[in-house]
Each structure stands twice: as structure tokens, then as C-alpha cells.
Write a protein that binds this ligand. Structure first.
Ligand code: SAM
Length: 176
């Protein structure tokens, strides 16, 4: 079975955009407990490298490391483990909210920014990027960068996201 409710959200996104191809090489940021990794492997990805602050039980067909993605050198470590540029970069990274609206908001934006910068720097041309975002989140600078770097950028709210939650995903298609 799937390890997380998040697996259903990513399945929906992938059903719609067909991001995971047979043979795809994928990097998954904030991968624990591993639902998105399971979906990628299940849909024929050739290799999946995932990172999380938390340990992840092994998933055959993937390489999972425990690290803070924002620490220096972790980005290069992921690329080295994958053995080349990714076809698909995914980020479902979210921190534990502290309950202070502005602080939480800034932390969310910071994670979206590091994930987007990484995707733009590393994806092969034609590659895709998915990141968690929040409705009303002012991802203005990131959005402009993504629009410049990809052919298309879409907002998606999966049915599997809780009703009333402000969670949405940004799907950036075809790295130029
Ligand atoms: N997509 C996952 C799945 O399908 O199972 C669920 C991911 S969960 C919503 C968000 C994860 O982001 C948490 O496990 C958290 O530890 C991780 N995370 C938050 N900040 C991180 C960071 N700086 N580096 C690595 N992982 C991080």
C-alpha cells in the first residue's frame, strides 16, 4: 500500500500531466515517509533519489538519504547519487508550522525558493518540476523565475488535498 495520503495527491497530478515516464530519473525533496517515491517507482522511473530530514524505510528502486536539503553540498550529493541531471524534480517539503502566520509564511516561501532554484539549475531541457505551495502564498519572485525558465507553469489543487486546506501545487512543465 501507499505510505502516505500524499501518494494520492501526486498520483492525481501525474495522471493529469504524465510527468513520470518509463526510465525517468527523479529527485524527490522532502520525501518521507515515501509515498511520492513509491508512485514514481511504480510508474516506471529508472532511478529515484529522495532526501528528508527524517529517516525513510527503504524502497526498492530508490536511493533515500537523511539530510537537510538546505545544507551546503546536499544538492550536489543528490545529483551524484542520481548519476546525472534529473528529468523530474519534486518537492513536497514542508516544515512544522510554528503557528505564527508571518514566520510560517516566510519559511514556506524559503523552501519553495530553494527547491525552484535547484530545479532550474539541474533539470535537463524538457524536464519538469512540481512543488508544494500555498494559496495566498506570495511566491511572486519564484513564480516569475519559473515562468521564465519553463514553457508552462500551472497551479493544481488535487482532490486528495484536504477540503478547506490552502495547499496547492505548482507544476512547471518543459524546462527551456
Ligand atoms: N511527499 C511525501 C510522501 O509522499 O510521503 C510527504 C512529504 S511531507 C508533506 C513533508 C516532508 O518535508 C517532511 O517529511 C519533512 O521532514 C520534510 N522537510 C521539511 N524541510 C526539509 C528540509 N529542509 N530538508 C529535507 N526535508 C525537509
Amino acid at each position: 500500500g501507499w505510505r502516505s495520503r500524499a501518494a494520492f495527491k501526486f498520483s492525481e497530478i501525474d495522471d493529469r500531466f504524465h510527468l513520470v515516464k518509463r526510465g525517468s530519473r527523479v529527485i524527490d525533496l522532502g520525501a518521507a515517509p515515501g509515498g511520492w517515491v513509491q508512485v514514481c517507482v511504480n510508474r516506471g522511473a529508472a532511478s529515484v533519489v529522495g532526501v528528508d530530514l527524517l529517516p525513510i524505510e527503504p524502497i526498492p528502486g530508490s536511493t533515500l538519504i537523511q539530510a537537510d536539503f538546505t545544507d551546503p553540498g546536499v544538492d550536489q550529493q543528490l545529483i551524484d547519487l542520481l548519476g546525472g541531471p534529473p528529468d523530474l524534480v519534486l518537492s513536497d517539503m514542508a516544515h512544522n508550522t510554528v503557528g505564527h502566520r508571518q514566520t510560517d509564511h516566510l519559511k514556506i516561501i524559503a523552501l519553495i525558493e530553494v527547491a525552484s532554484d535547484f530545479a532550474i539549475r539541474t533539470l535537463r531541457p524538457g524536464g519538469h518540476f512540481v512543488t508544494k505551495n500555498f494559496q495566498g502564498g506570495d511566491a511572486g519572485r519564484v513564480l516569475a523565475e519559473l515562468r521564465a525558465a519553463f514553457q508552462e507553469v500551472k497551479y493544481v489543487k488535487p482532490a486528495a488535498s484536504r477540503k478547506g486546506s490552502s495547499e496547492v501545487y505548482l507544476v512547471a512543465l518543459n524546462r527551456k
